[in-house]
Ligand binder design. Structure first.
Ligand code: HEM
Ligand code: SF4
Length: 562
């Protein structure tokens, strides 16, 4: 895991000192709110519906137990006892007092964390596969590359004022678990015919108002040129990206407007001067950074058939099926701790849970854990012999719901409960759907399905790439929900298609039920919802959903945060 050196410590400390002064000046009215706004945003502090919200970067989702414990401390001391893990592998705190933010940042710095570049028109947190370093299908560990990118992009003066925010994801495995197709730049590690390591480079993906999947601009980029090539991409974007219209400012719009061939031509032309320049990566530099990501002290262990040992325990069996993944080292497993228990907003963890998970990481997983872009947590290195004990402990803390990848593993943005940009609430919709489909046997029967909810067009909840996507819309001042199906993330990424007119909040669980009825009726054996939806198109789903009026259901979790 990456550790700060003296320069990192110095930079972060100096930034906090500057920011402390800025907060003081704001509190004394020496700075107006308009003057203060960019200063606070540069430190991850947003103003939301009820309070300030602080977004903290978790680089490529990797955390030490002491960093996690610090989140627990912040949740308890400065917030209302919980934090919200996001799809960008960050954490957000929703009830922050301005006066306290310099102290929070100082506390974070003590565990080598900060909130720099979690907002603004710059390169944001670099995200990666949550199973990096342990995945069975990994070609190469993407974390050293993500770390190089992070160091390069943090405070890069040329890219501090881009036309719009910029998101990069990197995937080192065969299966794409980093949603690279919906990023401004998505890198996938590949081998060329000579067996050399490099990247397939995708540019111009993103969701929001205009969802677009990234286009491949280079099939193979030798790893040494990662920074110079990205620099060329960023330069073209910086030169030609639209600054006159916020909604057309993302690189996806530029790539679309230019055409991918012309865009690529410009990038390659820009690259002529940059290639082999000082930012070319050397073996020494990669070895230096890779040294921070050496494997932990694995023991030599046999693989155990844990399922057979507990064949009579169905609940444990369900958990093994959904929440435990194969590990590349024999005798170890990857464990997902679900933050999607029914009745809890997706991605939320209480201070007690956060401390508990830190403790689990120390006892079961070499003191490390990860945040997934689906808003769950991962213990990457658990001995198979410890799975049963771990399950019992996690269960007691509400973190062992066996629903990873299933219907109630909902991605959900904070929506109207917190977010000032929201058109509609999203957490109560997630709550109502989770409640309606709480039966785990039914969920296991439905199989893998991605239900994603956003409270507005910005698509923080990834609704475009949900098998079922729910988007909150405003119609004449009231909250409605538009439904799309057939979206997918990963290797076969696709944007979902809207099935028709929107629904009221109270109709939503029934809408989902009707969609599932069509799926159950039409599915081929072992076919996932998304595949059935893509095979059949929206017509049969649309017909069934709108066939008869939908009765409004019960209010669930409404005004939980009022
Ligand atoms: C409440 C605070 C939040 C605010 C004010 C906010 C704001 C925004 C805005 C304005 C956009 C659109 C940017 C654009 O397309 O140019 C956006 C996109 C996005 N946000 Fe948030 N967001 C918030 C919370 C979250 C949370 C909690 C998550 C994760 C659960 C998240 C994940 C994302 C993602 C993944 C996108 C990307 C869409 C894309 O690539 O086009 N955001 N957000
Ligand atoms: S999708 Fe909209 S409502 Fe939800 S967090 Fe993002 S900006 Fe806010």
């Amino acid at each position: 895991m990456y550790r700060y050196d003296q320069y990192d410590h110095l930079i972060v400390r100096e930034r906090i000192a500057q920011y402390r002064g800025q907060v003081e000046r704001r509190l004394n009215d020496e700075l107006t709110e308009a003057e203060f706004l960019p200063l606070r945003l540069q430190n991850g502090l947003y103003m939301q519906r009820h309070a300030y919200m602080l977004r903290i970067a978790v680089p490529y989702g990797l955390l030490s137990s002491s960093q996690m414990r610090m989140f627990g401390h912040i949740a308890r001391k400065y917030d209302r006892g919980y934090g919200h893990f996001t799809t960008r592998q960050n954490i957000q705190f929703n009830w922050i007092e301005l006066e306290q933010t310099p102290d929070i940042l100082a506390d974070l710095a003590s565990v080598e964390m900060h909130a720099i570049q979690t907002s603004g028109n710059c390169i944001r947190n670099i995200t990666a596969d949550e199973y990096a370093g342990v995945a069975l299908d990994e070609i190469i560990d993407p974390r050293p590359y993500a770390e190089v990118l992070r160091q390069w992009s943090t405070f890069h003066p040329e890219f501090a004022a881009l036309p719009r925010k910029f998101k990069v994801a990197i995937n080192g495995a065969v299966e794409d678990r980093a949603a690279i197709a919906v990023h401004d730049i998505g890198l996938t590690v590949v081998h060329n015919d000579e067996g050399e390591i490099g990247f397939k480079v995708m540019v111009g993906g993103g969701m929001g108002r205009t969802p677009i999947l990234g286009s491949v601009v280079r099939e193979f980029l030798p790893w040494r040129h990662m920074l110079t090539y990205i620099e060329a991409v960023m330069r073209v974007y910086n030169s030609y990206g639209r600054r006159d219209n916020k909604y057309k400012a993302r690189i996806k719009i530029l790539v679309k407007a230019m055409g991918v061939e012309e865009f690529t031509r410009q990038v390659e032309e820009e690259w002529v001067d940059l290639k082999d320049s000082a930012s070319t990566l050397t073996d020494e530099e990669m070895a230096r950074v890779a040294a921070y990501f050496t494997p932990p002290a694995y023991e030599t262990l046999p693989n155990i058939d844990v399922r057979a040992e507990h064949a009579d325990n169905k609940a444990f069996g369900n958990w093994l099926t959904r929440n435990v993944k194969a590990h590349k080292v024999p005798g170890y497993s990857v464990v997902l701790l679900s933050l999607k228990k029914t009745g809890v907003p997706p991605g939320d963890a209480t201070a007690t849970q956060i401390d508990f998970v830190a403790d689990l990481a120390d006892r079961y997983s070499f003191g490390e854990l990860r945040v997934t872009h689906e808003q769950n947590l991962v213990l990457a290195d658990v001995k198979q012999s410890a799975l049963f004990a771990l399950w019992q402990e996690a269960k007691a803390h509400g973190l062992a719901t066996p629903n990873i990848g299933l219907l109630t593993d909902i991605i959900c943005c904070p929506g109207g409960d917190f977010c000032s940009l929201a058109n509609a609430k999203s957490i109560p919709i997630a709550a109502a759907i989770a409640e309606r489909f709480d039966d785990i046997d039914y969920q296991h029967d439905i199989g893998e399905i991605e239900l994603n909810i956003s409270g507005c067009i910005n698509a923080c909840g990834h609704h475009h790439v949900g098998s079922i996507g729910v988007l909150g819309v405003d119609k004449d001042g009231s909250e409605w929900y538009q439904v799309s199906i057939g979206g997918a993330q990963g290797n076969n990424a696709a944007i979902g298609k809207i099935i028709g007119p929107s629904f009221s909040a109270l109709q939503m669980p029934e809408v989902v039920d009707r969609l599932l009825q069509v799926y159950v009726r039409e599915r081929h054996e072992d076919e996932r919802f998304v595949d059935t939806a893509q095979r059949l198109g929206i017509a049969p789903f649309k017909e069934h959903v709108y066939a008869t009026p939908i009765k409004a259901g019960q209010l669930v979790g409404e005004d939980h945060y009022a």
